[in-house]
Design a binder for this molecule. Structure first.
Ligand code: ADP
Ligand code: ZN
Length: 823
């Protein structure tokens, strides 16, 4: 029996291994195995089993077929459905299948094999010999002595005493000399099920004539008797007000038993049990919502693939529709999945979930600990959880018999994974639904151009929710022309008079304000007034951002940190200006101008600690903060009823990004942030400052008119040959040596053009990427535009093969299909 194994390394093929008799019966596709690969042992995934050798070419190349060393699972970890889906991703996004499978599993489950080094009899002799001669000083004998202490040691442990490379070299030397032998042990899942000490009452009368219980012991016994169930050790001690020794004594005397039990880490535990009185659970849908739901449920009943675009303004009740659709799916005996962007899993949202689904819902989100995620994953795998909510990678949730996938805020850029495997969560969801005969709902107030185009061309069913719940009006959006403000004051202003006045009025009315600026830090760069020098990152082609609170200059791309110069590092001039405001400065300025207001800031700097994000949001929701300054983190998904004013300091940097999606992003951001204003009883107001007030993205955002924006933007996309009219593939070529990057890029472009025999690709470049240097690497890019994905794939494969034949290092090249970030 042979196994095809996908390996989570940068290799684009599967490998054949022989399965020893002992595993043959138990191995299945989707199980993990330990296999030799080159000189290492790696954990791979069986993707297929077969009797004969395939034409893999391995044997022709003189490779011997090696054995599977270890089988880790007897039940497949990856379901057949997900094996297929990951294969599709690997093919579509040019990723290694093994890598895709690995990233589809919760990190805690990806077991590693550890090398265990044991000393042999010969080793002991050699050591004794060396010791007697006092020649133990070499690393080799130092290592041997360490191994001899316990007879064996893990390679990782040894690496702590030396370096990793040194330890590996020494192990090899010792093995060659026959002084040690090597075995491999699987380090089981890093995140083990959580265990707890618990106590239960033993149902047995105390022995004749034994001492009566002390008062403290009596309390413990009574508590246990009353609870009728085991109680956690620590909790019991606390409730009875006794020390641990009291319980231990009871155990010794045979009254109770202390044991270890596995408990589930519940990420929603802090919410308490589902509250049936929660108003959202019993809410009656509006006529529009009901109509939307009916259409979706009709399709659910067909058990066939169908895609919906649910285009509803913020606050139109989309979330409620998702919840009901998921409910309907579960009631039909199927499972449901909902994807949300990274940021928007707020406690409020989690509460709504609990109200609808109680314990049947599992959450897979990056804010969970590894252990929590593993537990949630297991609950899905075993079928205990029938509904799963999570960020991008939850698209791989091992739900069986999936009936519905919801992608909320489908336009969000965070659905695209920016590292290998570079898949798009939304598009993967559509593909998963398609293969599983499930329904997929894409929801947004500002659909991506791609999705709206698909709705227009009838690939998706289109549902519009044009009004807010309760007929609440959309916020009133004003644009302030900062050129006029400049003329009025004769110099540049951070805040227009209009904005300041609005902030103060809003405060006086006791209402809350959000202030948005998409740049953190204090100021965006330093400028020497004498010579014009600006401090730049030594690794990246960007200026350093001034963070005043920590008093340092920081690169926002690689985190390079410098002290703030007192004088110009170039000309030693004493006048250093800090140019361009960041959130830190906006916060400081507003505090200075409005000392009576309670002002806080929400950005990556203030939410670094676990729980800080939720804490700030809770304080804001509870009315302990009057005004919140923040980056786009504040723009999304939150539902604060007392926010009636949203101020956007500037959108100009976003608009002028060298990215064809700059206008779309700006429009989306403004619409989203406008949706934060006036969600309660009171009307909302939005003020946007800009030096480019005539830009169509701003004008249509002011009118809150998505359709007009779409019409304008789609014409631009068509004229300029951009998605959704063509597919884009971006090749990024990186190297620390500029000329290596440039020559590799030139050769790659030439080979791709040559391989494009049908002449259906437009190959642009190579040219320096907009961020031409990042983290010490020069970056060149080649952009391919085409309507023919298959031909693009073939041309790229041919070019890559060619490069490999010429012994070029293709690892320098990153292939990004359907790129979202063009920088
Ligand atoms: P969206 O997801 O479109 O932004 P939500 O579903 O969050 O909208 O609804 C906005 C607000 O209206 C929420 O506070 C929600 O509880 C409330 N809501 C939604 N549907 C109804 C309904 N049918 N009746 C009353 N309130 C509703
Ligand atoms: Zn940098």
């Amino acid at each position: 029996m042979f196994a095809e194994v996908a390996i989570p390394l940068n290799v684009y093929q599967t490998f054949t291994y022989r399965l020893p008799e002992s595993f043959s019966g138990e191995a299945k596709a989707g199980c993990r195995v330990l296999v030799p690969f080159g000189r290492q042992l790696v954990t791979g995934y069986i993707v297929d089993l077969h009797d004969g050798l395939r034409e893999t070419g391995q044997e022709d190349d003189g490779f011997e077929i090696r054995n599977v060393e270890e089988l880790f699972d007897t039940e497949p970890l990856v379901t057949p459905e997900l094996l297929e889906l990951t294969k599709w991703i690997a093919d579509y996004y040019y990723a290694a299948w093994g890598e895709v499978i690995k990233s589809s599993l919760p990190a805690g489950i990806n077991a590693e094999a550890e090398t265990i080094v044991s000393i042999t009899a010969e080793g002991r002799l050699a050591l004794a010999d060396a010791e007697s001669k006092r020649s133990k000083t070499s690393t080799r004998f130092e290592a041997l002595a360490l191994i001899a202490e316990n007879g064996m040691i893990g390679a990782g442990e040894l690496a702590k005493h030396f370096t990793k490379a040194r330890a590996a070299a020494v192990i090899r030397e010792l093995e060659r000399a026959g002084h040690v032998s090597i075995t491999r042990k699987l380090q089981s899942a890093i995140a083990k099920p959580k265990q707890q000490q618990a106590v239960r009452l033993i149902d047995r009368a105390p022995a004749e004539g034994s001492k009566p219980l002390s008062e403290a012991q009596e309390r413990v016994a009574n508590l246990l008797f009353e609870s009728a169930e085991p109680v956690a050790f620590a909790r019991l001690a606390e409730m009875a007000g006794v020390s641990a020794s009291v319980i231990k004594t009871l155990e010794k005397r045979g009254y109770v038993e202390v044991f270890t039990r596995e408990i589930r880490r519940d990420p929603l535990a802090h919410l308490g049990a589902a509250d049936p009185a929660d108003p959202t659970a019993g809410m009656t849908l509006t006529a529009k919502q009901q109509e939307a739901l009916d259409q979706i449920v009709d399709k659910l009943k067909e058990d066939q693939y169908a895609a919906f675009l649910l285009h509803g303004v913020t606050g139109s009740g989309k979330t409620e529709v998702y919840m009901r659709a998921m409910r309907a799916t579960v009631d039909r005996g199927k499972t449901a999945l909902m994807l949300v962007p990274e940021i928007s899993l707020t406690p409020m949202f989690a509460k709504r979930l609990r109200a609808h689904f109680g314990d049947a819902v599992a959450i897979l989100h990056s804010s969970l600990s590894e252990g929590e995620r593993l537990d949630e994953w297991n609950r899905i795998r075993t079928g205990e959880a029938r509904v799963c909510i999570g960020a991008r990678s939850a698209v791989f949730a091992p739900l069986e018999d999936i009936g519905l996938i919801v992608v909320d805020e489908e336009h969000e850029a965070s659905y695209k994974q920016e590292e290998s495997p570079r898949y798009h969560g939304r598009d993967t969801a559509i593909m998963r639904a398609n293969r599983a005969d499930a329904v997929v709902i894409l929801g947004s107030a500002t659909p991506s151009m791609e999705s709206f185009h698909n709705a227009h061309t009838d690939k998706y069913h289109y549902i519009r929710l044009a009004e807010r719940i309760g007929g609440r009006p959309l916020a009133d959006v004003e644009i302030v022309d900062m050129r006029e403000v400049f003329n009025r004051h004769g110099k540049q202003q951070v805040f227009s008079d209009e904005m300041l006045a609005a902030i103060r009025e809003n405060f006086a009315r006791g209402e809350q304000t959000l202030v948005l600026l998409n740049r953190r830090g204090y100021s965006s760069f330093t400028l020497c007034r004498t010579c014009g020098h600006t401090s730049r990152c030594p690794n990246c082609d960007v200026t350093l951002t001034f963070h005043r609170n920590e008093s340092r200059l920081v690169c926002h791309y690689c985190n390079h940190i410098e002290r703030v110069p007192r004088t110009c590092p170039d000309c030693e001039g004493p006048y250093i200006n800090y140019v361009g405001e960041g959130t830190e400065q906006i916060e400081a300025l507003l505090k200075q101008m409005n000392p009576q207001m309670r002002i806080a800031r929400l950005d990556r700097d203030t939410t670094r600690r676990r729980g800080a994000f939720e804490k700030l949001l809770n304080e804001f929701a509870g009315g302990d903060i009057d005004l919140m300054v923040g980056t786009q983190m504040i723009a999304k998904g939150h539902d604060f009823h007392n926010v009636t004013l949203v101020c956007v300091i500037s959108v100009d940097a976003g608009l002028s990004m060298p990215d064809f999606r700059a206008a779309e992003r700006t429009f989306q951001l403004l619409t989203q942030v406008s949706g934060r204003a006036g969600r309660g009883e009171k009307a909302g107001r939005v003020i946007i400052q800009s030096y480019h007030t005539e830009h169509y993205a701003l004008q249509f955002a002011r009118e809150q008119n998505y359709e007009k924006f779409y019409q304008h933007e789609i014409n631009f996309r068509q004229a300029m040959h951009y998605p959704p009219f063509v597919a884009l593939i971006n090749l990024l070529i990186r190297h620390t040596d500029y000329s290596k990057a440039a020559s590799m890029a030139a050769e790659t472009a030439r080979l791709v053009r040559e391989a494009d025999t049908e002449k259906v690709l437009r190959v642009l470049g190579p040219a320096p990427a907009p961020l031409s240097r990042l983290k010490g690497e020069y970056r060149q890019q080649i952009l391919i535009k085409t309507r023919y994905r298959r031909q693009a794939r073939e041309a790229l494969d041919a070019a890559m093969d060619d490069l490999k034949k010429r012994k070029q290092d293709t690892r320098m090249i990153t292939i990004e299909v359907d790129p979202v970030n063009m920088m």
